[in-house]
Design a protein. Structure first.
Length: 516
């Protein structure tokens, strides 16, 4: 006997108002309500609502033997309540069948588990309260944003009282082991782990309607046969996918709805059952412990966190955002609380990705921006305005030099973006050439301008010019120290040459301004 667990994710992404030209300080409203309304309503009409009706019919037709689980962020529920209230009503009808389980997650679909443990715990509690308020369920199984998981997160999840968590089937963690078992956490042995079967999930989510796929067309009997042919000891198959795979990613015309409807009939022929996550936890025992020292996820080929934190842009944005977490939690202003949640949505960092090849095409497909740098500029503009509002309500008790420096940097976005762009390009070139051992000097970054009047002194300035690309942001003070000997050398030979040497400070001033 084998069991299938269906998990569906909804975390509707958010767009920021005037995403190219947000005017700092002009107003504090960052959202494009018309775009949000249009996107959510369109997806709900084409995907969410007909999919809900399909699941309700399947539960009734199969005597409540067909079961599924949902993971819906709190921010997505807020927007669905506002723009598509009929979706909430249909979810309540599904919940009343007893065949639908709601998972716990972060309220804002955020990266708080990697930066701010206090914020992480607060968001999980807020999310679970929202689920109980709407659907009358208290989530028992946890899934983190984008299935991000490591040993530290496992300890926090277990401390909050959860008995199980769902994560990805990263090959660099699993190795030779199969995802079709129940595991336990190495850092919290009583926490059970269910792993997504990435191949079988993506067959439905991404490959179902692709005529170039070797297994096209995919039929319900073929799919169930694949599961039935798994080794007998592999009794659990976790299928995790975005809910908009039905009707949006895979259009209705592809036959995706008919495919799902036919699964229970063929599954029954092979004694394959559909269970909720809680049923799996109560009936199966872990076969081994799983140690995950570094965060893994279900996104991109690497199955790590590089989709959101893989470059300097993303890391800088996340660091600045969570630097004010403690003060935001002290705020009582409803607008600040709401903006704080929306600014944490992982999609904002996803749009800043500079990846290429297949991963890059996925990022650009979902992004509303024309480039990662535009996404970064807009986000930092909004974040600086938000930080100013927080500072006005709760001034920092420590020196505000870092905050003031950030605001100054953001107001000079063009220079900042150019500098970060060169850093990302140089890192990419180094990574590409790593296999050959060739590390070319980045010629896109101009070296500090140092004019030497006498050609016979060319050998001495040559050394600093080679070092400059390796230390692109070297403080101006260090350059001054290095040039001091150059002043003394002409002085020893003949005093009349002191006049050309005096021109050097004039050449330094533009370099110092550029460093700022």
């Amino acid at each position: 006997m084998k069991a299938i667990c269906f998990y569906f994710q909804i975390h509707q992404p958010f767009r920021l108002k005037h995403y190219r030209f947000f005017d700092i300080g002009n107003d504090h409203y960052y959202y494009d309500d018309f775009a949000d309304d249009d996107i959510i309503t369109r997806i709900a009409q084409r995907s969410y609502l007909p999919a809900n009706q399909m699941l309700l019919d399947m539960i009734k037709e199969n005597g409540k033997k067909f079961k599924v689980a949902f993971s819906i962020s709190g921010t997505a529920l807020e927007q669905l309540e506002q723009y598509v209230p009929e979706f909430i009503d249909s979810m309540k009808e599904l919940a009343a069948t007893g065949c639908v389980e709601f998972l716990s997650e972060t309220y804002a679909h955020s990266l708080s588990s990697l930066y701010d443990p206090d914020e992480f715990v607060a968001q999980v509690k807020a999310h679970d309260q929202k689920i109980y308020q709407l659907f009358g369920q208290k989530p028992k199984v946890f899934r983190n944003t984008e299935l991000i998981y490591d040993d530290d997160i496992a300890s926090m999840v277990y401390a909050m009282g959860f008995k199980a968590a769902i994560t990805a089937d990263a090959k660099h963690v699993l190795g030779w082991r199969s995802p079709n078992f129940l595991y336990s956490s190495a850092s919290a042995p009583k926490l059970k782990l269910m792993l997504k079967n990435g191949k079988l999930s993506d067959d439905i989510s991404f490959r179902f309607s692709n005529p170039e796929w070797a297994s096209y067309p995919l039929t319900a009997d073929k799919y169930i046969n694949w599961i039935n042919e798994l080794p007998q000891e592999e009794q659990l198959v976790n299928l995790f996918m975005n809910y908009d795979a039905f009707g949006e990613l895979q259009p209705r015309e592809s036959g995706i709805f008919e495919f799902i409807k036919a699964l229970p009939r063929f599954a029954a022929e092979h004694d394959i059952q559909f269970w909720t996550p809680s049923e799996v936890v109560s009936k199966f025992k872990p076969v081994a412990e799983l140690a995950v020292p570094y965060p893994m996820s279900w996104t991109d080929e690497a199955r790590d966190t590089s989709a959101w934190l893989g470059n300097t842009l993303q890391q800088e944005a996340a660091k600045k955002l969570y630097s004010i977490g403690e003060r935001v939690r002290l705020c009582t202003d409803r607008r600040i609380k709401q903006d704080w949640n929306y600014l944490q949505a992982s999609d904002h960092f996803f749009y800043m990705s500079t990846k290429h090849n297949d991963d890059g095409s996925v990022h650009s497909h979902y992004s509303p921006y024309d480039s990662p740098y535009t996404a970064f500029t807009n986000y930092m503009n909004v974040l600086s305005d938000f930080m100013t509002r927080v500072e006005e309500q709760y001034p920092a008790s420590i020196d505000n030099e870092e905050l003031n420096s950030l605001l100054l940097t953001i107001r000079n976005q063009e220079q900042e973006i150019e500098r970060l762009h060169r850093e990302v390009e140089m890192m990419r070139n180094n990574i590409v050439n790593d296999t050959t051992g060739d590390f070319p000097i980045d010629e896109t970054e101009p070296a500090p301008v140092v004019e030497e009047p006498a050609p016979k002194e060319e050998k001495k300035p040559a050394a600093p010019k080679k070092k400059a690309p390796a230390k692109k942001e070297a403080p101006a003070k260090k350059e001054t120290a290095k040039k001091a000997p150059a002043k003394k050398a002409p002085a020893k030979k003949e005093t009349p040459k002191k006049a050309p040497a005096a021109k050097k400070p004039a050449a330094k001033k533009p370099a110092a301004k550029k460093a700022k």
